[in-house]
Design a protein. Structure first.
Length: 423
């Protein structure tokens, strides 16, 4: 009897051991496989130049665009002859995300989503206008999230502000309408585009605009521009505040399609480039709306010693901005060598001209351009300088403050834009 019991016990132990081994093997086979490594994001830069002289907004100069993988090689000279793309039916003024460009083409009848691949312009998707229509180059925009884009501008008669929401993936029109603001008494039109941006921390749109009487350079403008605070869900105007001093925001005629005039810092404070007339000369300021506030901070100016307009401004992290501004004493024309780069400390409220090898960089020509870009992955700002020595890219290392010379552009071509895209 004992032998049988021992035998049964032994067999039971063997069965259990076999079952355990089998289960372990099955468990190993059912384990979730290791995830595939996420490919590293790589980038390229699209360089846009004008031929023959510096260009401006809607200028008639020939524009050529070419993609390069890097801007850092000081021994590299980019020649656009036979390589650059000449963009004709579309404009060089765009809305951007990480990979694509969005715009209203020259035909002014649709929205277009574009991409430059292998130095060819590809039309990714287009969407005809529905109710609201927009002129080419004359609108502003804001991103509500990664896929929802809102476009805004004065209508054809410039007596109303119209808006359209788009899904940037499908380019479907999600919604559209008119903004509930009225012209100021005694004025007959709105500025063409105004400026629009979105504050993520409280989910509010900020629209900067003013009324005017007449058209063109002879128009009479409101002395103080407005700040409309808008609920993006309903598009209701919740506040209509007025800038506390006489001033105009940069880029009010064409949004931010050509140059950058606004940014948020790491704390979601909003900064805007504006200018005022001082002794009949336009002088720039970099002003701020603090997080949670709806009007500009009294007395704040991060660029107190500007010599002219702040042509473009770009946030580069660590409480700093890269500004491209003019010196009225050296000229105010597009072709004048009268513009220089500064690093703006937003806390100290100082703007220090950029130096290279111990000396201030020479002044640059070309005022209508966005020739600076920030690569957050590298923590570097790249910017183009145009002067008698030619067209040269420099880059600023934000962590160390070191400035290094990069590639050059062949003679006969002039910087217009530098844009960064994911591959």
């Amino acid at each position: 009897m004992k032998k049988i019991t021992f035998f049964h016990s032994l067999m039971a132990a063997l069965v259990l051991a076999t079952a355990f081994t089998a289960c372990s093997k099955d468990d190993d086979e059912k384990k979730t496989p290791e995830p595939e490594p996420i490919p590293e994001v790589t980038y390229h830069y699209d360089l846009t130049v004008t031929v023959g002289k510096h260009g401006g907004m809607a200028s008639q100069e020939t524009h050529l665009t070419m993609s390069v993988d890097s801007l850092t090689n000081p021994n590299m000279t980019v020649n656009f002859k036979g390589k650059g793309i000449e963009i004709t039916d579309y404009t060089i003024e765009n809305i951007y995300d990480a990979k694509y460009m969005y715009q209203v083409p020259v035909s002014a009848d649709r929205f277009a989503k574009l991409q430059i691949k292998n130095n060819k312009l590809e039309v990714v998707r287009e969407r005809p206008f529905q109710k609201n229509t927009y002129a080419s180059r004359k609108y502003t925009h804001a991103w509500l999230n990664d896929t929802t884009l809102i476009v805004m501008a004065a209508n054809g008669e410039a007596n109303k502000i119209v808006w359209t929401k788009l899904n940037s993936n499908s380019m479907a029109i999600l919604d559209e309408g008119e903004l509930g603001i009225s012209l100021a008494d005694g004025y007959d039109s709105f500025t063409t585009s105004g400026l629009l941006t979105y504050r993520k921390s409280d989910k509010k749109l900020f629209y900067f605009f003013y009324s005017k009487k007449g058209s063109g350079r002879t128009a009479t403008k409101e002395s103080n521009f407005h700040i409309a605070v808008i609920n993006p869900e309903t598009m209701a105007v919740e506040k209509d505040n007025v800038f506390p001093v006489a001033a105009e925001m940069q880029g009010s005629a064409y949004g931010e399609l050509m140059q950058n005039f606004m940014f948020f810092d790491d704390n979601d404070n909003l900064y805007l480039s504006v200018f005022s007339s001082v002794n009949k000369k336009n002088i720039g300021s970099l002003v701020r709306i603090k997080k949670g506030e709806f009007n500009f901070e009294d007395g704040y100016n991060a660029f107190p010693d500007a010599k002219g307009k702040i042509v473009s401004v770009l946030y580069i992290g660590s409480g700093k901005a890269l500004a491209y501004s003019g010196d009225n004493e050296a000229g105010t024309g597009i072709q004048d060598q009268a513009y220089y780069y500064s690093i703006v400390d937003l806390t100290a409220k100082t703007a220090t001209p950029i130096q290279y090898e111990g000396a201030d960089l020479p002044y640059s020509a070309g005022s209508f351009s966005q020739r600076a870009v920030y690569n957050a992955k590298e923590n570097r700002a790249y910017f183009g300088v145009s002067n008698a020595d030619g067209e040269t890219v420099y880059f600023y290392d934000v962590a160390t403050g070191k400035v290094t010379k990069g590639l050059s552009i062949a003679p006969g071509y002039y910087f217009d834009q530098i844009r960064l895209f994911e591959n």
